[in-house]
Ligand binder design. Structure first.
Ligand code: NAI
Ligand code: PYR
Ligand code: MG
Length: 372
């Protein structure tokens, strides 16, 4: 199979779909790989490294999209990329379709086969291709939040860990999954006072067992959210209902009652955000204020540490990219129900139920679309 890797074009996005090692692995399986010139330049993965791994370097994204059987990317296709996708072409990348009707329409119109990293599952009920980026974003949420608490950003002027004689900040994390756990670890490491809310008691039990008395765990109800958000200096939004738009946990009215200069970091913004006042921002212009509450809502946080993120992402995507290339998409998806859960769009049909429901688009099951 001919696999193509275009340079990412989303704002300040420097991750790459395949590392040189992943390219070498695909080539050792008998495939060919074309990589757009300078795709990894900013993260010190220069063209020479890709060539040494066996890739052909090509000048333009147009050439990648025109020639490749499968496109491996990081972020959802941007408008210019949607236009270049071809019927029957495989697209393997993050999509986050539920809050994005325009992209969904573009993918349906393209006739491509779009497999979303974020809805591929594993046998333990996890999301293995989302997990490493959630680890990154969870860890970053605390450094971003700490920065936003500084005066210059409109924050309360608080140090997360305080100093001897001055109390530490209250960090409240809503959603104790991968993002939430990593955020909690970093916040505890910086000696903040940390509380995690989740609606899953099993998840709270696991967190309690893992972190003991350093972490407060609270069952998430409207009451509990209100109490903890109003007392927080930094709130991290980290909930997920896989594939679906994020539930709005914190209302507009609640935000207006938060402490002046407190900070909301909405990591769940890629699924539409879990605070009523959230709107997606970029690394170029990451924050804004609503009622004197600082909002940080960058939808591609891991892009800010693109080198770490590229390697972490490739560690998990490579086995699936190999399966798709080795077997062809039909057999790879038929053989592996977890990879099949990644199928969001198949030749003009929407094949992911939660997305179809959120967007009011007709749904066809992946099995039916694949003719199984
Ligand atoms: N902005 C960015 O750059 C990035 C965003 N993300 C996003 O972060 C979000 C969280 O991802 P993960 O931690 O991997 O998901 P996860 O599935 O590991 O954890 C989500 C947690 O939210 C909890 N939850 C769901 N609904 C809830 C509710 N109503 N109240 C309280 N808790 C609730 C679940 O029980 C679960 O423990 C996702 O939207 C993901 O796409 C992930 C990586 C990067
Ligand atoms: C998960 C995601 O949206 C990202 O890594 O950019
Ligand atoms: Mg206020």
């Amino acid at each position: 199979m001919l696999v193509g890797v275009p340079k990412e074009i989303k704002n300040l996005e420097f991750r790459v779909g395949l590392t040189p090692s992943s390219v070498r692995e695909l080539i050792s399986h008998g495939h060919q790989v074309i990589v757009q010139k300078s795709a990894g330049h900013e993260i010190d993965l220069g063209d020479a490294l890709y060539q040494a791994a066996g890739a052909e370097i090509v000048d333009s994204a147009q050439e990648i999209f025109a020639r490749a059987d499968m496109i491996v990317k990081v972020k959802e296709p941007q408008a210019a990329e949607l236009k270049m996708l071809r019927e029957g072409q495989i697209l393997f990348t993050y999509l986050h379709l539920a809050p994005d009707p325009d992209q969904t329409r573009g993918l349906l119109d393209s006739g491509a086969i779009a497999i979303a990293y974020e809805t591929v599952t594993d046998a333990r009920g996890g999301l293995p291709l989302l997990a490493p980026m959630s680890e990154v974003a969870g860890r970053m949420s605390i450094q971003a939040g700490a920065h936003c608490l500084e005066m210059r950003q409109g924050g309360r002027g608080m140090l997360l860990g305080g100093v001897p004689g001055v109390p530490s900040a209250n960090v409240v994390i809503i959603g104790g999954g991968v993002v939430g756990t990593n955020a909690a670890r970093m916040a505890m490491g910086m000696e903040a006072h940390v509380t995690v809310l989740d609606k899953s008691i099993r998840r709270l039990q696991e967190l309690d067992f893992q972190f003991g008395s350093k972490l407060n765990t609270v069952f998430s109800t409207v009451d509990a959210v209100e109490e903890h958000v109003l007392g927080a200096d930094l709130v991290v939004g980290a909930v997920l209902v896989p594939g679906a738009a994020a539930p709005k946990i914190v209302s507009r009215e609640m935000v207006s009652r938060m402490k002046r200069g407190s900070v909301l970091v909405d990591v769940a913004i890629d699924q539409g955000g879990c605070f009523a006042t959230s709107r997606a921002t970029t690394h170029n212009d990451p924050i804004y204020l609503v009622d004197d509450v600082v909002h940080y809502c960058v939808a591609n946080m891991p892009g800010g540490v693109a080198r770490t993120s590229t390697f972490a992402l490739n560690n998990v995507t490579l086995p699936f990219a190999l399966a798709l290339a080795d077997k062809g998409y039909k057999k790879a998806l038929s053989d592996d129900p977890h990879l099949r859960n990644g199928l969001n769009v198949h030749r003009g049909h929407l094949t992911y139920e939660a997305v179809a429901q959120d967007l009011g688009v007709d749904y066809v099951s992946a099995e039916k679309a694949l003719g199984a």
